[in-house]
Unconditional design. Structure first.
Length: 688
């Protein structure tokens, strides 16, 4: 696929989302691009705005005001309506950024938002910028240009600058950049230049070509804070647990050491464990000049604390941090990174780091999404799949080498609008699990909280994640996306779509719970859409929620920040709303749901048993004989386990229950020091 074909396919998706050609394409395109940036870890939050005063040269299409990081983000859209891929010139780029800059500078003065109608699309955002700046909580302004054109070859770039005490940063996302990113598997390389002052001194910790290429280095605290300032949470994509532990808060021990004993920081702090895909060193391999796709696996809190403490005017000139850097190829990330995290964090029995994309939960959801056919909404024959993107770029990669005919078939079976990611999943679940204040904290923080909870649930009873769970999950996705698509079209809507959607779904769930019943998610799955009564109920709830979340307390006037507060959910949950008779008649009784869950768990138990039996058989008796030999030297098995292991070492077929025990025996063996790779030689000798 070339860039022109990519553009045509991308635009068809935009047209399908907007439903018709016209100006409505612009907010749809803006939202699609912002969602993409959230998935990429470039931004954490955004909200559609759509404010434009052409005569005054002012425009902003989306924005975010984050008091914790003291960063304001403004998104401006340059949307072309032609059928051909156009180019955008240097002057057009400059003009669009100037419009966003003018919105920001105008918003600093109170008269700008005071002259607007309160219902105007830019009123709340302009007011937030003014109030946040009045509290001295803006240090950086990020300007993003989103365009469906392609940057001209003559484009020379736009440099960031200091302006009236603010650090201005500019970022452009055009069709060319999107095409390159999707073509490379959905991941944009981040190359960290460390070449200033001759690079960072390091010690190579490997000998031959077969060794894992690793380095020990000493990083100045200022340099580390600079990296976090520039790349932010893109450095923490493999470290989900960091989003739970830290965001804008300073570890007191780290802070006190920086302020009072900076020269002892190196001695007191455990340092960082980081990975990268590529490292460039000098000829002597004693200085690192650049690192590609640096990821902080352990030490995210240290890094972020250094950044925040310096932002509060602390001096980091005497602070140094030890860093252990290991090169990990992209195909090894799913297996190696979790182990690095696990061994570096042995004090945490259960953490979100265990919830990487290769966790059994994700593998099961992926398997169900490829296997289960969703009914046709019209009751016809067009059954489709909901595609769970377990790993970033998976959806694009699945089509990469297909012929045009096969790609058409793939898109028929797996429509783009039925693709969802890990962060989407967490958002669907927590909205209807009545946790809208957590969803409102952003995609990554919400996912981190969901991850921690789901790991515990999986350990307690993994059979609860079954076909019924998946169908209910998709039903929640359908409800979420219905409301997400409809809110903007309502006469009462002005702003805060993301908050209105999650709070409205949570409010509906609480109303149903208070009635002692459950939503009939099975019906939503069967019909692939909410009933007319449910649609009307959700929109009525959304209108009330819209008013409620904007009724902020005096001490927390920022609506987006207020929605992150549990007290906001308490206020919304207490709204005196009632279910319509039509919706009440559609609800499910607890006994009926319990019966469905019991049957689904029983089926999953059988399926899990079969899966474990297949796993044991595929490993081969030679593999189990190696574990048997290891257990003879390192006794760790009970007599019962020893007898079951003998079955696996023979030509007999172990039962489902015995297979489950064998899988646990393997886990114990690995914990005791058995190295599974030892089986490779055995497998080869057995087959020869």
């Amino acid at each position: 696929m070339d860039s022109k074909e990519y553009y045509a396919q991308f635009m068809q998706d935009i047209y399908a989302r907007s439903g018709a050609l016209g100006d409505s394409n612009i907010p749809v395109f803006t939202e699609r691009m912002c969602e993409f940036l959230v998935e990429q870890g470039v931004i954490e939050n955004f909200r559609p705005i759509g404010y434009k005063k052409t005569s005054q040269g002012i425009r902003v299409d989306a924005g975010d005001c984050d008091e914790e990081t003291e960063v304001v983000s403004l998104f401006v859209t340059d949307f072309r309506f032609g059928n051909e891929l156009e180019t955008i010139s240097q002057s057009d780029v400059t003009k669009q950024f100037q419009r966003a800059e003018k919105f920001f500078t105008s918003s600093l003065a109170p008269r700008f938002h005071q002259k607007m109608e309160e219902s105007a699309s830019g009123y709340q955002f302009a007011r937030e910028i003014h109030e946040t700046n009045a509290s001295s909580k803006i240090s950086k302004v990020r300007f993003y240009l989103l365009t469906n054109a392609e940057l001209s070859n003559r484009f020379t770039g736009i440099d960031g600058r200091k302006e009236n005490g603010f650090q201005y940063v500019f970022d452009i996302w055009d069709m060319g950049r999107l095409f390159r990113l999707d073509s490379s598997g959905g991941h944009e390389d981040v190359v960290v230049d460390l070449g200033a002052e001759g690079g960072i001194p390091c010690l190579a910790a490997f000998n031959g070509a077969d060794d894992c290429e690793s380095y020990l280095l000493i990083m100045p605290g200022d340099r580390l804070a600079d990296l976090y300032d520039r790349y932010g949470e893109r450095l923490l994509e493999q470290n989900v647990r960091t989003f739970l532990q830290f965001r804008g808060k300073i570890n007191k021990g780290i802070r006190n050491t920086i302020l009072h004993e900076p020269q002892m920081f190196f001695s007191y702090n455990n340092g960082l464990c980081v990975t990268a895909e590529k490292v460039v060193t000098n000829e002597n391999r004693d200085r690192i000049l650049s690192v590609t796709n640096l990821q902080i696996v352990n030490g995210g809190q240290t890094t972020a604390s250094l950044y925040t403490t310096r932002k509060n005017r602390a001096n980091l000139s005497k602070v140094y941090v030890q860093v252990k850097l290991s090169l990990v190829s992209p195909d090894q990330v799913e297996t190696v990174v979790p182990k690095i995290s696990e061994y570096a964090n042995t004090q945490n029995k259960v953490s979100a780091a265990d919830f990487m994309s290769n966790h059994p939960f994700h593998l099961r959801i992926e398997e169900l999404s490829r296997r289960l056919w969703a009914p046709s909404p019209q009751g016809g024959r067009k059954e489709t799949h909901w595609f769970y993107e377990r790993v970033r770029g998976q959806y694009a990669n699945a089509q990469a080498r297909l012929t045009p005919a096969k790609q058409k078939e793939f898109l028929f079976n797996f429509p783009k609008h039925q693709m969802f990611t890990k962060t989407d999943l967490a958002k669907f679940e927590y909205s209807l699990d009545m946790k809208p204040h957590i969803v409102s904290r952003g995609a990554q923080k919400n996912f981190a909280q969901f991850a921690q909870e789901t790991v515990k649930k999986w350990i307690q009873q993994e059979t609860q994640f079954n076909e019924l769970y998946f169908k209910n999950l998709i039903a929640k996705a359908i409800l979420f996306r219905f409301l997400d698509n409809c809110v903007r079209e309502q006469e009462w809507y002005g702003d805060f779509k993301a908050q209105i959607v999650t709070y409205s779904l949570a409010k509906l769930a609480s109303m149903v719970s208070d009635a002692g019943k459950y939503l009939n998610l099975e019906r939503v799955w069967r019909e692939q859409g909410p009933s007319p009564a449910t649609k009307a109920q959700l929109l009525a709830i959304a209108e009330s929620v819209n008013r409620a979340i904007q009724n902020t307390p005096a001490e927390n006037a920022n609506v987006t920040e207020w929605c992150k507060n549990p007290l906001c959910w308490i206020e919304v949950r207490s709204l005196p709303l009632t279910l319509s008779k039509e919706v009440s008649s559609e609800l499910m009784r607890p006994d009926d749901l319990s019966a469905l869950q019991k049957d689904a768990m029983a089926t999953q138990k059988v399926d899990s048993g079969i899966d474990k039996q297949e796993y044991v058989v595929k490993k081969g008796k030679a593999y189990w004989q190696l574990i048997q030999q290891f257990a003879a030297d390192v006794p760790f098995l009970s007599p019962k386990e020893t007898d079951i292991l003998k079955i696996a070492c023979s030509d007999k077929l172990p039962s489902d229950k015995q297979s489950a025990i064998l899988v646990d025996i393997e886990r114990k063996a690995v914990e005791e020091g058995f190295y599974p790779a030892d089986s490779h030689n055995s497998d080869r000798s057995a087959s020869s």
